[in-house]
Design a protein around this ligand. Structure first.
Ligand SMILES: [Zn+2]
Length: 420
């Protein structure tokens, strides 16, 4: 009996020590709860349980904690500093951010179209996220596509053990999206809304000032914690090098600056080589070097080698490659209205056949390949009834004919109706 008594005493002692531990933990939980309740009061509006659970499914730890907390934001605040590497891997977009709620001073709408640098920066982000194609605004986690821009698709998709409802060009999680949509008054998940929300994130992070100061690489690093594909984070996802991002940024910036300096004609065309000099016109001419007479079925615009050549309108790349007939590196675009444009003598091609391009996309770089005497673009247009003089259709062409002399009379009779 004495033996039993002492065993019972031992058990009582252990129970009481265990109880003390449990009480201490309960106290701690109570204190934590009070803190989180305070946080909840600070949060402008609670996130719905559905979206909370959506996020929580991203990792088991979240799910456990989610049911003990008051709102998704609290879960994020408590959880994110300790997120294990693989869990962060599953939350590519701003999971630990404030969802756009905290800073009530910056409610001004972002307008990326007014800021070409911001726009170029967003392009580089989309490139890193793998969403830079025209369909990028519809891309969901795993690469699936949604079809309705009415709202964030809020669909959780899994790739291996990683699940996420990230969607759109900037791979917004639905909770992140809801914060910015409310903040900016965005009514849908349209490409324009996505751009505005992403631009707002850049503004919150002070990116415009860094771009203005030319600190491009720093800016990509600063934004690293928001997008897993950026440098300067340890989410464990494949990252793009800062130097590659800077190159993408510069390429896009060059394009937007070129477009900003040109205008769009009434028919919707832009100049394929803004700033380049007109040197030779459309028509029947005597070739100044070779002395033979022939129709020049396009116009020549001269500039430095490497000048970006822009798609005069959006469309499909019909041809992109070497042309043996004298055009050198050649691009032909087919536009949605059935018209076609041709860009010849390029030093480098930036597109491939079958690819869709938007107006202003850099499709090539100016060069002097093929039958050419110096760096220029030979540009042709076929509006559906054979090649025509692009000059009346393309804005911003300046300079005088310096190469050969056009015979207007012969042009009328000799150079009409040939299809591109
Ligand atoms: Zn030419």
């Amino acid at each position: 009996m004495a033996d039993l008594d002492s065993q019972l005493a031992e058990i009582r002692a252990e129970l009481s020590s265990g109880l003390a531990t449990i009480n201490r933990r309960l106290d701690k939980i109570e204190r934590t709860t009070k803190r989180t309740e305070q946080t909840v009061r600070n949060v402008e509006d609670a996130v719905s349980w559905q979206t909370l659970i959506n996020d929580a499914i991203l990792c088991g730890v979240c799910l456990v904690l989610a049911f003990g907390a008051k709102s998704a934001d609290v879960v994020k605040q408590d959880l994110c500093p300790e997120l294990p590497g693989w869990a962060k891997h599953a939350v590519p977009f701003n999971f630990c951010g404030n969802g756009g709620k905290a800073d009530s001073n910056a409610a001004q709408a972002a307008t990326p179209t007014e800021d070409v640098k911001l726009k170029a920066f967003l392009d580089a982000i989309a490139w890193a996220e793998g969403t830079s194609s025209e369909a990028g605004y519809k891309i969901q986690f795993t690469g699936a596509q949604f079809s309705n821009f009415g709202d964030h698709p809020r669909q959780i998709l899994c790739s291996g053990r990683l699940c996420s409802d990230a969607a759109g060009r900037y791979q917004f999680l639905s909770t992140t999206w809801d914060g910015y949509a409310q903040r900016l008054g965005l009514k849908d998940f349209s490409p324009e809304s996505q751009d505005r929300a992403a631009a707002e994130i850049l503004k919150q992070n002070g990116i415009p000032a860094m771009l203005a100061e030319g600190r491009i690489e720093d800016a990509f690093c600063k934004i690293g914690p928001v997008w897993a594909s950026m440098p300067c984070n340890d989410y464990g996802q494949p990252q793009k090098a800062a130097s590659a991002l800077v190159a993408k940024y510069n390429e896009a910036l060059q394009k937007y600056q070129a477009i900003a300096h040109t205008s769009t004609s009434n028919e919707g065309w832009i100049n394929p080589a803004p700033g380049a000099t007109f040197t030779s016109g459309f028509g029947y001419r005597v070739h100044p070097l070779k002395q033979y007479r022939s129709c020049h079925y396009g116009i020549d615009l001269a500039g430095p080698t490497g000048t970006p050549i822009l798609a005069a309108k959006g469309g499909l790349v019909e041809e992109a490659g070497w042309n043996n007939g004298g055009f050198g590196n050649l691009v032909i675009l087919k536009h949605d209205d059935g018209s076609q444009t041709l860009y010849a003598h390029n030093s480098e091609l930036k597109v491939s056949a079958g690819q869709r391009v938007s107006q202003g996309d850099v499709i090539a770089l100016m060069g002097s390949t093929g039958n050419s005497t110096g760096p220029h673009i030979h540009f042709e247009m076929d509006l559906g009834q054979g090649k025509v003089d692009p000059r009346p259709h393309i804005p911003g062409i300046s300079g005088n004919q310096t190469f050969g002399k056009i015979d207007p009379q012969a042009t009328q009779t000799e150079c009409r109706g040939r299809a591109l």
